[in-house]
Design a protein around this ligand. Structure first.
Ligand code: RFL
Ligand code: PHB
Length: 389
């Protein structure tokens, strides 16, 4: 088999890149380790920056998103019994969009089917070979038989646990990591959201987040110890804990119901440099992870996709390698800013096991400055809606 670009990983990064390259006349094969149903069963991001919304439109996959998504002009933060709003629209004239990652992924799979581009599911034991030469190829097993695809380039869009990053030799690759000493327990429930905007709650019992997918589908999270297991948490225990972390006026309005999904995610900041090695390019979670507090993971993956599809298009259309040569540096410059915002909001809103009284006072002073200081609010708003590409 031969393809101009092999994309390893059929998550949102790989699919969006595939669609944009297809529109530029560049052929791709996507190799996905799992089944399509499995990929679509993962409940993840819910907030899209305008940059990602625009990319979906450029990729011709925005029809359902434009109809079914919700525009949020701001977000709310609570501490102690106080709730305040940060209005992005008033502060900087921009919004974010509520539309689940599952829906983004579904729309992209449907679009890929419609154009007849090749996706191989349950591709096992993917190996990226000779990426540092002019003739790279990818080996994998499908139904027990080994297959080979020769290509010009490989896009490693296979997430944090994928093989692409590890293909870059240790002598070249440098990793930066911070593992947070807690996780997020999340549930999805067919109940109306407690508030029209998201609420990020700092409470003495730990962080909580009230989010949503639509008017009858809510997504809630509570900070929990890494030792907790999903089985330890009944729905009742979850709702009780959530209520205790919200201001009374909010907790009193919370509509509870059975969870339709419940999972625990660890929190981690991670960046691997460089994002290019020869003809291999890393994209999205394969190269970097953020704690979900700033809603930056999928959005940062999208900015990588934007840079990479432009670089590859420039290469094929104009025989110009400038974009390819600059990809790692350009992508990383934006990645580190998103890392900083995600790390800062995580520090601002969570309880840490070793936090001193002084640390708590600092946290409170910073939240108060977000509450009352327009410059602090503008900084938050600019980062939350997404820094320019
Ligand atoms: P993904 O989604 O992990 O997809 C990678 C794909 O690669 C496949 N794969 C392989 N395929 C072939 N061979 C191999 N060896 C392979 N190894 C892996 C996997 O099966 C998978 O299908 O990475 P991608 O595409 O880079 O997308 C990244 C996003 O999924 C991620 O950044 C976000 O979900 C993060 N995130 C959020 N991001 C936001 O922008 N806004 C949010 O509101 C937000 N909320 C969240 C989040 C992540 C969360 N969790 C669970 C980590 C909330 C949570 C709880
Ligand atoms: C979500 O809706 O899943 C969500 C929203 C905002 C975040 C993280 C997750 O910061």
């Amino acid at each position: 088999m031969r393809s101009q670009v092999v994309i390893v990983g059929g998550g949102p990064s790989g699919l969006l890149l595939g669609q944009l390259l297809h529109l530029a006349g560049i052929d791709t094969v996507i190799l996905e380790r799992k089944t399509r149903d499995y990929v679509l069963s993962r409940i993840r991001a819910g907030i899209l920056e305008t940059g990602l919304v625009d990319l979906m439109r450029n990729a011709g996959v925005s029809e359902r998103m434009d109809k079914e998504s919700f525009i949020h002009e701001g977000t709310c933060i609570s501490y102690e019994n106080e709730l305040f709003a940060i209005n992005f629209q008033k502060l900087i004239g921009q919004n974010v969009v509520v539309y689940g990652q599952t829906e983004v992924t579904r729309d992209l799979y449907d679009a890929r089917d419609a154009v007849g581009a090749k996706t191989i599911f349950e591709a096992e034991d993917v190996r990226i070979c000779d990426a540092d030469t002019d003739r790279p190829y990818v080996l994998f097993a499908k139904d027990g038989a080994e297959q080979r695809i020769d290509c010009d380039f490989i896009a490693g869009c296979d997430g944090f646990h994928g093989v692409s990053r590890k293909t870059i030799p240790d002598t070249v690759r440098r990793e930066y990591e911070k593992v947070f000493p807690f996780g997020w327990l999340g549930i999805l429930s067919e109940t109306p959201p407690v508030h029209e905007e998201l609420i990020y709650a700092n409470s003495p019992r730990g962080f909580a987040l009230c989010s949503m997918r639509n008017q009858n589908l809510s997504r809630y999270y509570v900070q929990c110890p890494l030792t907790d297991k999903v089985e330890d948490w009944s729905d009742e225990a979850f709702w009780d804990e959530l209520k205790r972390r919200l201001p009374e006026e909010v907790a009193d309005k919370l509509v509870t119901g059975p969870s339709i999904e419940k999972s625990i995610a660890p929190l981690r900041s991670f960046v691997s440099e460089p994002m290019r090695w020869g003809r291999l390019f890393l994209c999205g979670d394969a190269a970097h992870i953020v704690p979900p507090t700033g809603a930056k993971g999928l959005n940062t993956a999208a900015s990588d996709v934007r840079y990479l599809h432009e670089a590859l298009t420039q290469y094929y259309r104009d025989k110009d390698i400038a974009g390819i040569d600059q990809y790692s540096e350009t992508a990383l410059a934006r990645v580190w800013k998103a890392e900083r915002f995600s790390w800062a909001t995580t520090n601002l809103l969570h309880r840490f096991p070793d936090q001193t009284d002084f640390d708590l006072k600092m946290q409170r002073a910073e939240i108060e400055s977000l509450h009352h200081n327009e410059i602090a609010q503008k900084w938050f708003a600019q980062n939350y809606v997404g820094l320019p590409y």
